[in-house]
Design a protein around this ligand. Structure first.
Ligand code: SF4
Ligand code: SF4
Length: 262
C-alpha cells in the first residue's frame, strides 16, 4: 500500500517544498509510491489526518510553529525533517547570536507587531525526529531514498561523509590546495557530489556538519590562507550556525575579532 505523506511548513523559504515539486517526471513515478494527504504548496490541506510520514520543512521560530509541530508529531508514524531550517535551525538561526528585541527594533517599523520566539531552533529540540534530511535545499536523491526505504519499512542510513570524499572520488582538483580557495569540504557532509569544487569554487557547506569534523584544523588553515577572523566566522556561520561543531568555531574566532577591536 502507498505511504501516506503530509508535508508541513514551519518558518522557512519554502525552497525544500519547491525542490520536492520541481522533480518533474520523477515526481510522477514517486506518486505511485505515496499518497499526499497534506501539502499546501501543492494545493492539499488536511493537516490533522494521521499519516505514515510527516515531512517538516522550517525551523521553530514562533509559538505557532511549536504548537503546530506538536500536532504534526501526534499525527504521524515517522517524522522526518526536510532541509537545513528544520534540521539545524537554518539561516534564520543567525539571529540566535544576538538579542531578538534589538533585531526587531532595527528591522521593523512596528516591532510591537512582531510575535516571535527569541531563537530559531531545529525540530529535534522540541519533538522526537526519526530521520533528518540535511541540505539547503534537499535533493531529489535524498527524497527518493527516503520514500524507497520507508516503503520497505526501514529508515535510510544517515550518510555524513565529507564533501572531500565525494570530491576525490570524482577526481576533482582540490581548489584549496591548488588555488588557495577556502573550502568547507573537510568538515561538512556531502549530498551534492562536490558540486561547487567541480566549478572551481570552494564549498560553503549547505549540507551541514559531517561526521567527525575537525573544525579547529580547517579554521587554522583558513587563517593560514590569509582569512581574517570575521571571514572565518562567516564561513562557519553561513547556513548551519546553530550546530555545535560550527558554533565552536564561531565562538573561537569571534573572540579574536573583539580583541582586534579592543
Ligand atoms: S576542493 Fe574542497 S571538497 Fe574538494 S578536496 Fe579540496 S577541500 Fe575537499
Ligand atoms: S556548498 Fe558544498 S555541499 Fe553545497 S552544493 Fe556546493 S559543494 Fe555541495
Amino acid at each position: 500500500m502507498a505511504l501516506t505523506v503530509a508535508v508541513h511548513k514551519l518558518t522557512s523559504c519554502s525552497g525544500c517544498q519547491l525542490a520536492f515539486l520541481n522533480q518533474g517526471p520523477a515526481l510522477l513515478s514517486l506518486m505511485e509510491k505515496v499518497t499526499f494527504v497534506h501539502f499546501i504548496e501543492a494545493g492539499l490541506y488536511d493537516p490533522n489526518t494521521p499519516v505514515d510520514l510527516a515531512l517538516v520543512e522550517g525551523s521553530v521560530t514562533t509559538k505557532d510553529d511549536l504548537e503546530r509541530l506538536k500536532q504534526v508529531r501526534a499525527h504521524c508514524r515517522y517524522l522526518v525533517t526536510m532541509g537545513a531550517c528544520a534540521t539545524s535551525g537554518g539561516v534564520q538561526a543567525l539571529r540566535n547570536m544576538a538579542n531578538v528585541d534589538v533585531w526587531k527594533r532595527a528591522v521593523y517599523a512596528r516591532p510591537d507587531f512582531i510575535d516571535t520566539l527569541a531563537d530559531s531552533t531545529p525540530v529535534a529540540e522540541h519533538v522526537k525526529v526519526d530521520f533528518e534530511l540535511w541540505g539547503c535545499p534537499v535533493t531529489q536523491a535524498q527524497l527518493d531514498q527516503l520514500i524507497l526505504q520507508l516503503s520497505r519499512g526501514v529508515l535510510p542510513k544517515d550518510d555524513a561523509e565529507k564533501v572531500c570524499m565525494a570530491c576525490k572520488r570524482a577526481q576533482q582538483v582540490c581548489v584549496m590546495v591548488t588555488r588557495q580557495e577556502p573550502c568547507m569540504g573537510p568538515v561538512v557532509r556531502t549530498g551534492c557530489g562536490a558540486l561547487c569544487p567541480s566549478f572551481g569554487r570552494g564549498c560553503y557547506g549547505c549540507f551541514g556538519p559531517s561526521e567527525q569534523p575537525n573544525g579547529d584544523s580547517l579554521a587554522n588553515r583558513f587563517a593560514g590562507l590569509g582569512l581574517q577572523p570575521e571571514e572565518i566566522v562567516q564561513r562557519f556561520a553561513g547556513i548551519h550556525s546553530h550546530t555545535p561543531s560550527h558554533q565552536a568555531q564561531i565562538k573561537r574566532w569571534q573572540q579574536l575579532i573583539v580583541k582586534e577591536i579592543e
